[in-house]
Design a protein. Structure first.
Length: 257
């Protein structure tokens, strides 16, 4: 492949869930810098619109779609609106996620709390794949990337819902790769502790020092660090890569002990 094509996303359309802020926003901006038109699906419509404006300033098209990934109607609307406004779908970044990680004392939470972790981290992305893949096959190019987490392989207290739901993400992409090929690839990026609003709200200097004890590259991650791995999977450079999980974690793990 010509060098100029390896990271070229011109003429491609990418949906980024949770794209208004944090890792999703950095990913949306980086894909746009490589030429992709962007559809942001986020339940914070005000921030999604602001991010879409920043993206448009880069010279590509961007739309903000109100979408709570926990609602099936919103997922269907996100797909339909993207196809109608931007003409197709080539890339899907299943990034909106989260849950009760760190607060999941098994004697204080219920099975419903675990179900919610799965609904947010696994089922919503699985459903979007089901809706988006036929459009990708039609276009002859498809790349799906889930945001998983180091919690999917770490073993920690109070993480049993978030951790197992993110572990399910890794195995979801490994299996769906066999359903979606050859036109569509599917992979996951697993961030370590990354400085976004979610993390900053609980970070203290003491917590940061502990997290860096087992981190060879002595700093926490940035949203841009994670976006780089997203770009790799989204772009033609990774055309023979599917079913994989890539951890982006400063070479170690940011546990709390
Ligand atoms: N920040 C970290 O340290 C870290 C580490 C590992 C994994 N992750 C994962 O990265 C992903 C993004 O996290 P972040 O740190 O960028 O968060 P963030 O809070 O900075 O941004 C999340 C964005 O997603 C949107 N969002 C949240 N729930 C939504 C829903 N139900 N429907 C639609 N939009 C929704 C929010 O409005 C926001 O714009 C998540 O899947 C998270 O589990 C983050």
């Amino acid at each position: 492949m010509e060098i100029s094509k390896l990271f070229d996303l011109k003429g491609k359309t990418a949906i980024v869930t949770g794209g208004a802020n944090g890792i999703g926003k950095a990913t949306a901006l980086l894909l746009a810098k490589h030429g992709a038109n962007i559809s942001i699906g986020d339940f914070n419509l005000e921030d999604a619109k602001k991010t879409a404006k920043e993206i448009e300033a880069l010279g590509v098209k961007a739309i903000a779609v109100s979408c709570n990934v926990l609602k099936d109607d919103d997922l269907v609307n996100l797909i339909n609106t993207t196809v109608k406004e931007l003409g197709g779908i080539h890339i899907l970044i299943n990034n909106a996620g989260g849950g009760g990680g760190g607060r999941e004392n098994p004697f204080k939470i219920s099975v419903d709390d675990i179900k919610r972790d799965y609904e947010l981290n696994v089922f919503s992305g699985w459903r979007l794949c089901q809706l988006a893949v036929p459009h990708m096959k039609k276009e002859g190019y498809g790349s799906i990337v889930f945001t998983t987490s180091m919690s999917s392989i770490n073993k920690s207290p109070n993480m049993s819902g978030y951790g197992i739901s993110k572990a399910a993400v890794n195995h979801t992409v490994a299996n769906l790769a066999h359903d979606f090929g050859p036109e569509v690839r599917i992979n996951a990026v697993g961030p370590g502790a990354t400085r976004t609003a979610a993390l900053e709200s609980v970070l203290t200097p003491e917590i940061e020092a502990t997290m860096l004890k087992h981190t060879p590259i002595k700093r926490l991650g940035t949203a841009e660090d994670i976006a780089g791995a997203m770009l790799y999977f989204a772009a033609p450079i990774s055309e023979w890569v599917s079913g994989q999980t890539l951890f982006v974690n400063g070479g170690g793990e940011q546990t709390l002990e």
